[in-house]
Design a protein around this ligand. Sequence first.
Ligand code: 2M8
Length: 416
Amino acid sequence: MSAALEQSAEAVLSANWTGGSTVPSRRQYPHQWGWDAAYIAIGWSWVDSARAAAELESLLRGQWPDGRVPHIVFHPEVPEDAYFPGPAFWDSGVDGVATSGLTQPPLHARAALEVAQRGAGEEFLRRVFGPLCAQHEYLAGRRDAGGRGLAAIVHPWESGLDNSPAWDEPLAAVSLPAGGVEPYERQDRRHVDAAERPSDADYDRFVHLARAYRDSGYADDGRSQFQVEDPLFNAIWLWSTHALVEIAEWVGEDAGPHREAAARIHDGLMSLWDGSRFRPRDLVSGAWLERRTVLSLAPLLDPGLPGEVGVAVAAELGSAHFRSAAGLGVASYDLTAPEFEARRYWRGPIWANLNWLLSRGLRAQGFDGPAAELERTTLDLVAGSGMREYYDPLTGEGLGAHDFSWTAAAVIDILR
Ligand code: 2M8
């Protein structure tokens, strides 16, 4: 089974390779995405280290002078209406590279370290070290709206878990223009069933928030109607900061500032621990967000997590809130909650990239048995339902786009 599965995973990455980078999926997402590129680079690192390095360097071509790494780098040959919101909407970019103005979970330093370890080497690390430091400085310098050493996200798309129930409350508080949101045309339901995509009400808010951020000149001036400290975004940032320490040591640069940054982010992350779970903090209302989502499990990636906290988070991961009786992977939302939807995107389905991330987190806490079990169920899911974008946590049925790159990348990394 595993040789055939690995071959089909490699075939998916190859089919989605466009010559300089990899699309998440050919029809649904025909450009390069921010955190997808990191997962994909880790997948490529086992197969072709030149492509793995190119994947990250292609994304970094779109890095802004302020250090932000955009959440989409657009391919110029793809028509504007192939994806909404396209380059004309964002009206941004650098040196002729069109990009979005948002960012996404900064998994890139972690990916760069692994890409270097598997063949791309020191030369590659020397090229990306400066840009990666600038990315982290942007987050620390421009996004710490709460003053706790954490990076705030200013749009649900920045979390990567776009329509997670975690964001229902802060999104409900967003005031829309009196005359309604200016018309726009969704393209995301041309290739995927509408029942598996976010609602129109969510999209109205996504579009309104993105336009407002764009019209502010992407200012990071603390005026966004959506500002949240997200445990997943920050746990990934911390994991990458530890990677930056290793990269700095490898290339003979000063690792001290990165060690200090890691300590700061760790302290910030612990401020999201309420005594029983990690919760996103809404910086607009000042309140912790209630909903029980997979976001709260990501701090397992913190190697400095107090032992009893690690035990509690791992227990939550294994509980009936996230693991169904069907014995499949980790659901993106509490299976017992009234808003749970088995098929709708980030409101319930299992995602292979998150299973992979959480298995790395379990290993970081020394829970190798549960990590191996999660990896096995991920492989079974993919073997049974194909390399899909996400999966029904009750039945294992494949959902969303087909031939999905980060699913393939997770499979390759687990099998190696
Ligand atoms: C999804 O997000 C995009 C917007 O960025 C979309 O729905 O159009 C999310 O799953 C996100 O995490 C992912 O990076 C992106 C591409 O796979 O798709």
